[in-house]
Design a protein around this ligand. Structure first.
Ligand code: DGL
Length: 257
């Protein structure tokens, strides 16, 4: 039986889900969190759906055994291919996923041209495209970014390497987009590089706030909200100290590891 003081489990293929953890902490600073990054197996987004489902299932099992009260799948790739399996395997948990926020971007730019930057697996799944249906005049441009996760995992999110990669990938779209959906939880960390390449006029959207709001809603409904915690624990499948240092840097605080 879950207790209010049990942590919220948050996971990603690596450090990207920390962008969602930041939004969760902003919305619910009194919760306890257990973050797991599967950096040893990152990237997920260039793997088969079967592989991603197996990896996500084993992380979910681990967090469930550690006693989390909810599971936030802070990975668009895992959400797009493994959500049904995770919900089926864990009826005891609140399970919340994240999707590229195409609907939010289209509601702001209903006649605009909206780029969706995501991993090849998320783009191939096209699961998020239903969100564009109410906005038939919005043009949705799908842009897979195969090696961007690795750049963030290496801590080079604000570097010449990031600028060079994005400059090449996004060259055809410079001056042609109204908005860009950051459809992978690693990408909010390359916002500065994206602005340098695309200019300041392009609006960015990501799903972290919507996910935090949905997690809050489900915890409230289950009477499991906690206002007296605030402990963040970080774990990673890589045994190196550097990855935990990077996690704390991305979170912007010194937390328990
Ligand atoms: N942060 C994951 C996502 O949102 C990255 C997936 C990957 O490792 O390729 O999709």
């Amino acid at each position: 039986m879950a207790k209010r003081t049990d942590p919220i489990g948050v996971f990603d293929s690596g450090v990207g889900g920390i962008s969602v953890l930041r939004a969760l902490l902003h919305k619910m600073p009194g919760e306890n969190y257990l973050y797991f990054g599967d950096s040893a197996n990152a990237p997920y987004g260039t793997r088969t759906a079967e592989d991603v489902t197996a990896l996500a299932s084993s992380v979910a099992q681990r967090l469930s055994e550690q006693g989390v009260k909810a599971l936030v799948v802070a990975c668009n790739t895992s959400t797009s291919v493994a959500m049904e399996t995770l919900r089926k395997n864990h009826p005891e948990l609140i399970v919340v996923g994240i999707e590229p926020s195409v609907g939010l971007a289209a509601s702001h730019y209903p006649k605009g041209r909206i780029g969706v930057l995501a991993t090849p697996a998320t783009i191939a799944g096209r699961r998020f495209m239903y969100q564009a249906a109410p906005y038939p005049d919005a043009e949705i441009v799908l842009i897979p970014a195969p090696n961007l996760v690795e750049i963030v995992e290496a801590g080079k999110y604000d570097s010449q390497e990031a600028d060079d990669y994005l400059g090449k990938l996004l060259h055809p779209y410079i001056g042609k987009l109204d908005a860009l959906v950051l459809g992978c939880t690693h990408y909010p960390f390359v916002e500065k590089a994206l602005h340098r390449v695309l200019g300041e006029q392009v609006a960015f959207f990501d799903g972290s706030s919507i996910t935090a709001a949905e997690t809050y809603r489900q915890l409230l409904e289950a009477d499991l909200l906690n206002e007296d915690g605030g402990v963040v624990q970080m774990e990673n499948s890589l045994p190196d100290k550097e990855i935990l240092t990077l996690c704390m840097k991305l979170l912007g605080t010194k937390e328990d590891v």
